[in-house]
Design a protein around this ligand. Structure first.
Ligand SMILES: Nc1nc2c(ncn2[C@@H]2O[C@H](COP(=O)(O)OP(=O)(O)OP(=O)(O)O)[C@@H](O)[C@H]2O)c(=O)[nH]1
Ligand SMILES: [Mg+2]
Length: 222
């Protein structure tokens, strides 16, 4: 893989996951010599110590997952940037496909849990229904054909990230990306992705609070 690749990983109390994730990333795409950027929300556990010991560059951000990703974009150097969760929900085996989509000329490549052989072991009934509703709403309002909206396993060209100029500091950032990419006419590819159950630790997303944030992002971008 000739391109330079940065992987941006937001973390909050992921000490039970981060070493395993970094090991698997390096195993999968060793040849790409990826730059690994961890942006930590001031974890109270050993996340940062473990990330540094396993070769990641660590930065801090206090505002939320979206804000951590934005910080990661500004600190990263790669021509291709991948967003990846720390909890082992996103399979490192899918990295090559996300990267090669950008190398072959797409601006954005989005993993989708609801496309083809994609799926999820990690999504509750309520969250699945919420996801379907938001996908329908965005496609109806913006004329897009997305099969997934709120999933964070995605890759980007540097150019696309500069155009997107992201601002959402919380879990609304994926929705912001999907809407802006459609409105800007970016070349987007969705690929099937399988979301595994969070390995260790506790999820930070709260369905009602974050559902309302996502709804507000959908409405304010009209
Ligand atoms: N820096 C930072 N990272 C965060 C914050 N909230 C969540 N994250 C990270 O963002 C990623 C996604 O968060 P999760 O808590 O796994 O959200 P989720 O996948 O919707 O929830 P689960 O299905 O329960 O895992 C993980 O790597 C978290 O550690 C935050 O406030 N700051
Ligand atoms: Mg998770």
């Amino acid at each position: 893989m000739p391109s330079s690749v940065s992987i941006v990983i937001p973390t909050l109390d992921e000490e039970g996951n981060i070493a395993r994730l970094l090991f698997s990333i390096n195993k999968e795409i060793n040849a790409a010599k990826p730059e690994i950027i961890v942006v930590d929300g001031h974890s109270s556990d050993k996340t940062v110590k473990i990330a540094k010991a396993n070769g990641a560059k660590v930065y801090y951000d206090s505002h939320g997952k979206g804000s951590a990703l934005i910080k990661g974009i500004s600190e990263s150097k790669g021509r291709i940037v991948v967003f990846m969760d720390a909890d082992l929900s996103h399979r490192p085996a899918e990295l090559k496909r996300l990267i090669s989509a950008i190398e072959s000329g797409y601006d954005v490549c989005m993993g989708s849990r609801f496309l083809g052989v994609g799926g999820s072991d990690d999504i509750s009934f309520i969250r699945r229904m919420g996801n379907y509703f938001f996908i329908w709403l965005i496609n109806s309002i913006y004329g897009s054909k997305y099969t997934d909206i709120c999933y964070g396993y995605r890759s980007f060209s540097r150019n696309a990230l500069e155009k997107l100029n992201l601002t959402e500091i919380n879990f609304g950032i994926e929705t912001e990306i999907s809407i802006k990419a459609k409105k800007m006419g970016l070349k987007v590819l969705e690929i099937p992705s399988f979301e595994r159950k969070r390995h260790a630790g506790v999820g930070k997303l709260m369905a009602l609070r974050d559902g309302l944030i996502i709804l507000s992002v959908i409405l304010k971008n009209i």
